[in-house]
Design a protein around this ligand. Structure first.
Ligand SMILES: Cc1ncc(C[n+]2csc(CCOP(=O)(O)OP(=O)(O)O)c2C)c(N)n1
Ligand SMILES: [Mg+2]
Length: 390
C-alpha cells in the first residue's frame, strides 16, 4: 500500500463528499480481522510483550470508560465524555510519546491520560465537579482538559515554539502533540495554530481524531475534502491513519514526533475512527444517526482486532485474556471506590484559584457567598457526634 502525504495525494473533486476512507488513503498495519499488514514507510517491530501490553491498555481504558458512564448514570458524576471506539487512536499515539514530550488533550483523551500515567480518578474529579481545574500538567507532561473547542491547539503551538527557543530540539529532544476532533478543524483557533506552527516550523504533531461527528454534526458539514488534505494548504504534511488500528497509530505518531523533535516541523495526523457511544452522557445519538452506521463500525472494533491477532498468531491463550479481564475489573472497582470517597471541596475554595493574589472585588464576592451559606445554618439539624455545632 502506498503512503500519501498531503503534498502527493491524488486530488479529489470538490463536488465529491468526503466518503469513507479507502485503501490508498489509509495507513493500516492490522486489519479489522486481526491480520498483520506491512507498510514500507512504517516498519513496526513489536515484541509479544509489547503487543500484550497494548492490548492490556486498550482493555483497561475501555473498562475505566464504562465505569465512568455507569457512575454518571447513578448520579455520581455530572457528565462524562466517553472514548468508546477511540481507544486505539489514543493508546497508539499515547504510547508513541517520550517522557519529555508534552501532550495537550481535549476532554475525551482518557486513553492518552492513562498512557501518561495520570491516575484515572483525577479525571473523574473533574467530571464529579470536586476539582477546581485538574492536575499539575508538569507531573505527567499531560496538559489540562480543555472544553473550549480547538483552543488547546494554540496553547500547544505556543508551547512548541517555546521548545525551539529553549534549544530543546534534536534527536533526544522534545516535541508536542495536540489532540482535537473533526469538528474542531472548523474553528479559527485550529487554523491559526496550523499557520503559526507552519511558518515557525514548530515541533508539533496535530492529532485529529476524526470520529465522524461533532455532537450531531456529521463530517460532511465540516469539510468537502478529507481532513488530512488540509495540511497541504498550510505547508506541512498530512496523512490519514486507521484510527482503530493501535499498531498503525503507534508507528505513524512515533515517526511524526521524531520528525518534529529533529526540527522537521509539524505533521497533521488524521486518525480515522468512530465515536461508538454518545457525544457525552447528555446526548442521545439515536436522534441523529442510523444504527446501521454504528453496526458497521462495531465490526472494526479496535480491541477485537488485537485480540484476534494475538489468538491467530498463537501469542496469547485464554489465561492471558482472563487475567486482563480480571485486572480490568480491579481497576474498575478502584476507580469507583475512589470516586465515591472523593471529599467535597469547601465551597469557598473556588475563590482561591481565580487570581494569584487576592483582590478587593474577589474578597467581596467571597464574603457574600460565606454570608449566604451561613444563612442556612439554623435550618439544619445539628449533626450528632464530636463535631456537633454548639
Ligand atoms: C468554542 C466552542 N464552541 C462550541 C462548544 C460546544 N461543543 C462541545 S463539544 C462540541 C463538538 C466537538 O466536536 P469534535 O471537535 O468533532 O470533537 P468530539 O467531541 O467529536 O471528540 C461542541 C460544538 C465548545 N465547547 N466550545
Ligand atoms: Mg468529532
Amino acid at each position: 500500500m502506498a503512503v500519501k502525504v498531503a503534498g502527493r495525494a491524488a486530488s479529489r473533486s470538490h463536488d465529491q463528499p468526503p466518503g469513507p476512507a479507502t485503501a490508498p488513503d489509509l495507513i493500516q498495519l492490522l486489519t479489522p480481522e486481526g491480520e498483520r499488514t506491512y507498510h514500507p514507510d512504517y516498519p513496526l517491530e513489536l515484541t509479544t510483550e509489547e503487543v500484550k501490553s497494548l492490548y492490556r491498555d486498550l482493555v483497561l481504558v475501555r473498562r475505566i470508560d464504562f465505569e465512568a458512564i455507569a457512575l454518571q448514570r447513578q448520579g455520581e458524576l455530572g457528565i462524562w465524555a466517553s472514548l468508546l471506539g477511540q481507544e486505539a487512536a489514543q493508546v497508539g499515539s499515547g504510547r508513541a510519546l517520550g517522557p519529555r514530550d508534552m501532550a495537550f488533550p481535549t476532554y475525551r483523551e482518557h486513553g492518552v491520560a492513562w498512557c501518561r500515567g495520570l491516575d484515572p480518578a483525577r479525571l473523574l474529579e473533574l467530571f464529579r465537579g470536586v476539582s477546581h481545574g485538574g492536575w499539575d500538567p508538569r507531573e505527567h507532561n499531560f496538559h489540562l482538559y480543555t472544553i473550549v473547542i480547538g483552543a488547546q491547539t494554540l496553547h500547544a503551538t505556543g508551547y512548541a515554539m517555546g521548545i525551539q527557543r529553549d534549544g530543546a530540539l534534536g534527536e533526544d529532544g522534545e516535541a508536542v502533540i495536540v489532540y482535537f476532533g473533526d469538528g474542531a478543524t472548523s474553528q479559527g483557533d485550529v487554523n491559526e495554530a496550523f499557520i503559526w506552527a507552519s511558518v515557525t516550523n514548530a515541533p508539533i504533531v496535530f492529532f485529529c481524531q476524526n470520529n465522524q461527528w461533532a455532537i450531531s454534526e456529521p463530517l460532511d458539514r465540516q469539510s468537502r475534502i478529507p481532513l488530512y488534505h488540509r495540511a497541504r494548504g498550510f505547508g506541512f504534511p498530512g496523512l490519514r491513519v486507521d484510527g482503530n488500528d493501535v499498531f498503525a497509530c503507534l508507528a505513524v505518531t512515533r515517526k511524526a514526533m521524531q520528525a518534529a523533535r529533529e526540527g522537521q516541523g509539524p505533521t497533521l495526523i488524521e486518525a480515522y475512527t468512530y465515536r461508538m457511544g454518545a457525544h457525552t452522557t447528555t446526548d442521545d445519538p439515536t436522534r441523529y444517526r442510523l444504527s446501521a452506521e454504528l453496526e458497521s463500525w462495531k465490526l472494526k472494533d479496535p480491541i477485537e482486532r488485537v485480540k484476534q491477532y494475538l489468538i491467530r498468531s498463537g501469542l496469547a491463550r485464554d489465561d492471558f485474556f482472563a487475567a486482563v479481564t480480571a485486572e480490568a475489573d480491579e481497576v474498575g472497582t478502584r476507580v469507583r471506590t475512589a470516586c465515591l470517597e472523593m471529599p467535597d471541596p469547601d465551597p469557598l475554595a473556588i475563590f482561591d484559584h481565580v487570581y494569584a493574589e487576592p483582590n478587593a472585588p474577589l474578597e467581596r464576592e467571597r464574603a457574600q457567598l460565606a454570608a449566604y451559606l451561613s444563612s442556612f445554618a439554623d435550618e439544619e439539624p445539628a449533626p450528632a457526634g464530636p463535631e456537633a455545632r454548639p
